[in-house]
Structures are given as C-alpha cells and as structure tokens.
Write a protein that binds this ligand. Structure first.
Ligand SMILES: NC(=O)c1ccc[n+]([C@@H]2O[C@H](COP(=O)([O-])OP(=O)(O)OC[C@H]3O[C@@H](n4cnc5c(N)ncnc54)[C@H](O)[C@@H]3O)[C@@H](O)[C@H]2O)c1
Length: 332
C-alpha cells in the first residue's frame, strides 16, 4: 500500500518505519528539511529518533505534491496546532477514497475543535468517511525499535478503520478499531494535561498515593469531557483512554510528565521546553481543554489546576493544596 506520512518528527518517522518495514513504498514529508536530509542521507532521523536505522522503502520527500502522488494511505503526524495548515496545504493533492489517518493529539486553540472537527472543516464532505484517528499508549522510540505496542484506530466508517488497521498491523504493532471518534480523540488529548499534573506531583515529592489518585481522578474528568462530546464511556477504559493515561503519567519518556516534573522541582517552563526541543501537547492543550470544559460545563479540577500553573504562573505547591482542600464529594 503506497503511503504518505506528513510530518517527520518522532511519531511520523516511527509510523512511517512501521509501514515501510512491511515493504510498502512510503514517502515522508515535513516543512522542515533537516529531518528529511538525514533520513535521505543516512537512513536515520538524527534529530527525532537518533540511532534507529530506518527501512530503505521510507523515502524522504521535500515536495508535498510529489509526496502525495499516488498515495493509497495518508498519515498526518504533525502537532495538533499544525493539522489545519498542513491539511489546507495538502488538500489540492488529496484524492477521494483514500484513508487519511491523523495521529495528532489535541484540541485546536482558537476554535476548540478536535482534530476530526478540524479536518471536517477543511476537507470536502466526500472525504469525511475516510478520516481515521490513531491513538493509544505508544512512545515513538519503542515503536521504531519494534517493541510490542497496541493502539486504537477510530473511524466513522468501519470499512475504512479496518483498512488502516490492516495497513499498520505487524507482528509487534497491533491496532484495534473503534467507531467512537470523540472518545478516542478526547482521551488522547486530555491525558497529556493530566500527565503534567502527575509530573508536578512527583516533582514536588508528594508520593505514589497522590500520583495514583491523580491518574484515577484524571480519568474520571477526562471521561466527563469525552461524554459531553458524545463519547461512549467504555472507550475511556481502553487503549486510547486508560492505556495512554497510564503510560504518559508514569514514565519519564513522556514529555508532558517531564514538563510537570520540572515545574514541580522549581524549574521554569521556557527552560524545560527548550531542553525538550519537541512539542509537549499538554502545554498547548491545557488551555484548550480548560476552555472546552468551561464551554461544555464540565468540571475538570485537575486540568484546570495545570492550566493555572502554566498560564497564570500559580505556585504548584499551593495548587495541589487547593485541589486537596476542595469540598468533599462522592466518588464518580
Ligand atoms: N512522539 C510520540 O511518541 C507520539 C506518540 C503518539 C502520538 N503523538 C502525537 O503525534 C503528534 C506529533 O508528535 P511528534 O512527537 O512526532 O512531534 P515532534 O515534535 O517530534 O515532530 C513534529 C514534526 O512536525 C513538523 N511540523 C510542525 N509544524 C509543521 C507544519 N506547519 N507543517 C509541516 N510540518 C510541521 C515539525 O517540523 C516536526 O518534524 C503530536 O500531536 C503528539 O501528541 C506522538
């Protein structure tokens, strides 16, 4: 299956390698020529996945039209803030009837649209049934090394979800399908904000009990938001909900967790982000999740606490005290 990956960051490159590893001809494109140059010259994405050899059939292509020519599957793997401009740029060369798989996790800052809503806004109606969304517990570096990974592919048309599932399926990469686009999208987006909270908790040295409470209560508030967007509650118990939350909230490989941890130890946000050198979606999405929750009347105290620390410069320690001092209530 001839495939095109838009975005040569860590996730786009890892997914491109999965597809190319099956022998598919894969073109990978990015607005930044640097990762493309090292892929072409050394079969390695030196900046985002250093030291990992990439398959011969992964072709770096700096021209967008050439990258998309003849594509039978298009993967959009840029940060959520870039999905709209990239889709607008790609639109003239996208063909009808071709599955489009978006892997960005976020809610658009100005419009508060999820990625499916952004793409439905940008692309013609006949392409909407071909939109799919891949999410789940998946660190790019592990996928690129062939470590066992399971993810969810959500799509409104089962047949298209199955096509994408089949395209990605390997001995070590196992996609499940789901018809619950909203559930998969909100789970993937809001867990990054909760991961900042658990990082903060660990940076402040509050202990394992506190982290487990944040993960559990975090899942409860993510589920409330997802349901307000029409999700099925059970989706949040799956790979793209609980699975991704557990991964992101408990590993130093998570950029969002590292942002929280750094803030908890008293470091400045700008310094931590500069050191990461890559997108930490939770930082951008703390604001959009906070605004979306307010718009839909959903209570999300943990995400709101993260928003206050990031956007209003609130002291993390007093934020945690405020969280604990909230009025007591029944669990649920
Ligand atoms: N890295 C992971 O392990 C992982 C796993 C699952 C999901 N994701 C999600 O995938 C998305 C991408 O993450 P990533 O880790 O690959 O990010 P990254 O920071 O490693 O790379 C992002 C890439 O997008 C490119 N880009 C940014 N704006 C662009 C634009 N306007 N036009 C074209 N290219 C543009 C950048 O040049 C860069 O190569 C995020 O939403 C992230 O949450 C990442």
């Amino acid at each position: 299956m001839r495939s095109t990956v838009l975005g040569a960051g860590s996730w786009g490159t890892a997914l491109g390698a999965v597809l190319a590893g099956k022998g598919f001809p894969v073109a990978i494109w990015d607005a930044d020529g640097e990762p493309l140059r090292t892929i072409a010259a050394r079969r390695e994405n030196e900046r985002y996945l250093p030291g990992i050899p990439l398959p011969e059939t992964l072709r770096a292509e700096p021209d967008l039209a050439s990258a998309l020519a003849g594509a039978e599957l298009v993967v959009i793997a840029v940060p959520s803030s870039a999905v709209r401009p990239v889709a607008v740029q790609a639109r003239p060369w996208l063909r009808g009837g071709v599955p489009i798989c978006t892997v960005a996790k976020g809610v658009e800052a100005d419009t508060l649209m999820t990625m499916s809503e952004v793409l439905e806004d940008v692309l013609p109606l006949e392409m909407h049934p071909y939109l799919t969304f891949l999410s789940g517990p998946s660190f790019a570096v592990e996928v690129a090394r062939g470590a066992p990974t399971a993810v969810t592919v959500a799509g409104r048309w089962d047949r298209v979800g199955k096509m994408v599932q089949e395209a990605f399926h390997t001995r070590s990469f196992r996609p499940y399908t789901s018809a619950d686009v909203a559930g998969v999208e909100i789970g993937g987006c809001a867990k990054n904000v909760v991961a900042i909270a658990t990082g903060l908790c660990d940076g402040l040295g509050l202990g394992s009990n506190a982290r487990a409470a944040l993960v559990t209560r975090g899942l409860a508030e993510i589920s409330r938001l997802a349901m307000a967007k029409g999700a099925i509650p059970l989706t949040l118990m799956g790979l793209s909900g609980l699975g991704d939350l557990v991964l992101t909230c408990s590993s130093e490989k998570s950029r969002n967790y590292r942002v929280g941890f750094g803030l908890g130890t008293g470091r400045k946000l700008e310094e931590i982000q500069h050191e990461l050198g890559q997108v930490a979606e939770g930082v951008v999405n703390a604001r959009s999740v906070h605004l979306l929750a307010a718009k839909l009347g959903v209570e999300m105290p943990i995400c709101e606490a993260v928003y206050r620390v990031l956007e209003e410069g609130e002291d993390p320690r007093s934020t945690v005290s405020t969280l604990l001092a909230r009025e007591t209530r029944a669990e649920g």
